[in-house]
Ligand binder design. Structure first.
Ligand code: G3I
Length: 318
């Protein structure tokens, strides 16, 4: 049957994956699926600050350029992840004075976004990532502590100045359903737009786990953001479980994937869905959650799982 991207395109949605630059360079099975199944890609780590500017003013784009080249060769769009985040940002940034940190942020956004501004493959950015804690307060980080909350608006304005056409997103986890954190996100986006800050898009990461249940009111949550005039998208979808897999867990996982795809299909403003990887061979989950994994659509031997069928069939006929 046709690959995911064919069905997604027929529905006017993107279907993306997070790219790991190692196997993307040299593993045939990985490259084949990446090229054939998806029409969008997010570099999993290659556009983060520690990758692109490991020391002050020394920019390295080898990994990012590799992903952009692969995407271009395969007629895929690239989503840039991420410009301002508290994680995977080098120590030299974290210790700066307010004035120097502001300058570093200006230079970083201008350089990284500017590099790809005229590249037709690179269409969107996660400008800020994970600015909330789980209670819906602004996260305590070196950004907030040093610059105050204005760093968020400043980052969006700088990104717009560097690329007048790119779609600019705010991105977070545990905001898929309606809860205190997603309501805080909603209020922030509403305020930023009222202030004329160029926020065009809200990303719901979608790091789900079958043992914690499916979030409530995913579609309604997308719709309330859409009513603010922003595009929404699912940016990092995966559905982990306690390993080993079994058929019951696989079935539950497939239902979660189907529910997310169906929610996006039901909301005009939902542009698409990105899976945070595609094979269980390369997933962040087991490194972070001991005893958990098997979160993706293909197993570690590149065989499709029930979750692949669920995503495929939901894109095909809802
Ligand atoms: O590059 C080094 C390598 O040189 C070293 O030998 C190796 C040893 O541990 O580490 C490598 O760095 C790792 C990096 O991924 C690149 O592979 C880090 O240890 C590892 O912590 C890092 O993990 C990434 C994680 O973000 C870090 O926060 C995951 O791959 C990536 O999937 C994950 O993605 C995040 C999103 O950016 C934001 N939302 C949550 C999501 C999952 O945590």
């Amino acid at each position: 049957d046709a690959p995911l991207r064919v069905h997604a395109e027929a529905r006017g949605k993107f279907i993306g994956y997070a790219a790991n630059t190692g196997p993307l360079a040299n593993e045939a099975a990985y490259r084949t699926i990446a090229a054939s199944e998806f029409n969008q890609v997010t570099p999993e780590n290659a556009l983060k600050w520690e990758s692109t500017e490991p020391s002050d003013g020394n920019y390295t784009f080898a990994g990012a350029d590799q992903v952009v080249a692969f995407a271009t060769a395969n007629n895929q769009q690239v989503h840039g992840h991420t410009l301002v985040w508290h994680s995977q940002t080098p120590g030299w940034v974290q210790g700066l004075s307010a004035a120097a940190m502001r300058t570093a942020m200006q230079d970083h956004i201008a350089t990284v976004v500017g590099r790809y501004a005229s590249n037709p493959a690179v269409v969107s950015w996660d400008v800020v990532n994970e600015v909330f804690d789980d209670n819906g307060n602004l996260r305590t980080s070196f950004w907030l502590n040093t610059l105050g909350s204005s760093y968020i608006a400043d980052a969006f304005r700088l990104a717009r100045a560097a690329d007048s056409n790119a779609r600019l997103c705010i991105n977070d986890y545990n905001v898929e359903g309606i809860n205190a954190k997603s309501t805080a996100m909603y209020n922030l986006v509403r305020q930023l737009r009222a202030d004329g800050v160029p926020v065009d898009c809200v990303g719901f990461q979608g790091h789900l786990a079958i043992q914690y249940g499916f979030p409530s009111q995913v579609r309604e949550n997308m719709e309330r953001f859409a009513a603010l005039g922003v595009q929404v998208r699912v940016t990092e979808l995966d559905v982990r479980m306690q390993t080993p897999r079994d058929s019951t867990k696989d079935t539950t996982q497939a239902t979660y994937y189907r529910n997310v795809v169906q929610a996006c299909l039901a909301v005009t403003a939902c542009a698409g869905i990105t899976i945070w990887g595609f094979t269980d061979k390369y997933s962040w989950v087991p490194d972070v959650f001991s005893g958990e994994g098997a979160a993706l659509l293909w197993d570690a031997n590149y065989a499709t799982k029930p979750s692949y069928t669920a995503v495929h069939d939901a894109l095909d006929d809802g």
